[in-house]
Design a protein around this ligand. Sequence first.
Ligand SMILES: *[C@@H]1O[C@H](CO)[C@@H](O)[C@H](O)[C@H]1NC(C)=O
Ligand SMILES: *[C@@H]1O[C@H](CO)[C@@H](O)[C@H](O)[C@H]1NC(C)=O
Ligand SMILES: *[C@@H]1O[C@H](CO)[C@@H](O)[C@H](O)[C@H]1NC(C)=O
Ligand SMILES: *[C@@H]1O[C@H](CO)[C@@H](O)[C@H](O)[C@H]1NC(C)=O
Ligand SMILES: *[C@@H]1O[C@H](CO)[C@@H](O)[C@H](O)[C@H]1NC(C)=O
Length: 355
Amino acid sequence: MLLLLFLLPGLISAENCITCVGAGNKWCVESSQCNSTLTGCQTPITLQLNCPTSPNPKYAYDDNFMRTQQIVLASASHGDQIQQCFELVYNQIPTMKLYQVRTVQCSPDNPNITCRGFTAYDVSQQALIISFRGSHGDDQTQQLFDGYANYGIQSYSGMGGKIFKVIYDSFMLLWNGGMQQDLRTLKYKYPGFELWVNGHSLGGMLSWVASSYLVTSGLYKTENIKVIAMASPRMGDYDFAVWYTATFPYSYHIVHRRDIIPRMFTVNPHDNTTALFHPRTEVWYNNFMNLNDTYNICQEADGNYCSASVTDNLTMWDHIYYFNVNMPQWGRDGCPQNRTPYSQPLDTFFYKLVV
Ligand SMILES: *[C@@H]1O[C@H](CO)[C@@H](O)[C@H](O)[C@H]1NC(C)=O
Ligand SMILES: *[C@@H]1O[C@H](CO)[C@@H](O)[C@H](O)[C@H]1NC(C)=O
Ligand SMILES: *[C@@H]1O[C@H](CO)[C@@H](O)[C@H](O)[C@H]1NC(C)=O
Ligand SMILES: *[C@@H]1O[C@H](CO)[C@@H](O)[C@H](O)[C@H]1NC(C)=O
Ligand SMILES: *[C@@H]1O[C@H](CO)[C@@H](O)[C@H](O)[C@H]1NC(C)=O
């Protein structure tokens, strides 16, 4: 027991927190105290989801993997030069091959509103990729907001909790619009490969839906999936966040400094009542996300912790730039290897841009 205490102090603290919060008390992270009338605690915990936990070291966060590969994958979907983003000219992920791009109409009455994603494969890294583009333009933003307000969150077979119907529907349109066939074909050809699911903004929400769907439909085992979402709003209730977190051992949500979008929807806009939560694990870069910049692998999940502890000067600039590259622009230009022209101007860092 003594040995266990030395080996697993984090785990034991988390279990004490879970017991404490489960009994209706508050847990204080700094003092490891459980007290129903706790006052003056810097990091109080009242929900079991938020009890301090680190990701399993077997599925550890790797900054280099994100800044060299995931950022390329997540940016590429914005343009028509996806293969070039990987290898043809710039040699960024030289062994990555684009398989298929799918674009579908995502609104029943406006053909200009589309959802987009692609599949790819990498024989040397033994990985398949399914990647989703973020939203484009005011029409799509409006369509999504209407969807959140009109249809809110709903439950789906096999998944815990509830998620935004409009996001689930958007995924299904892409899935039935070709991505299902593409992924099944790749999986048949490369049965042992792991699957990376990624996207930025709306693309991140679609990644959460896609991974949930792939697992609940029996197509994939959770331990073979790596989920990398960036800059995404909340899209599900507490039970969804708990279910998703328990289901996916490799799931990271990368958040840049004061990005306004991941702060969105603390409650379901359909009823203005049901609280919404991100699934674990947030990784917060409170800087430009340059090479060697520090980041916080957030131990607490979704409350006033990590990025959500900052509420001033939230900005769209920090939404567009991840790993210090203007993702949509860089992706549209075919992801040139020299990222300097796409890096975040110093002054934007301090200005509000709310669109
Ligand atoms: C709980 O906190 C209150 C106020 O901070 C304090 O007076 C009390 O002694 C604490 N109880 C325990 C069991 O720590
Ligand atoms: C779609 O885009 C075209 C070109 O910008 C525009 O003329 C048309 O009105 C748009 N359609 C809708 C339904 O918004
Ligand atoms: C929720 O709040 C928004 C903003 O205050 C309001 O426009 C909307 O009508 C409210 N919806 C419901 C269902 O109360
Ligand atoms: C980043 O860190 C590595 C290893 O410590 C070092 O070699 C490199 O010069 C650093 N790069 C920058 C841009 O700080
Ligand atoms: C927010 O931005 C304003 C204007 O740039 C600045 O004066 C203020 O200190 C900022 N607030 C915080 C908390 O950084």
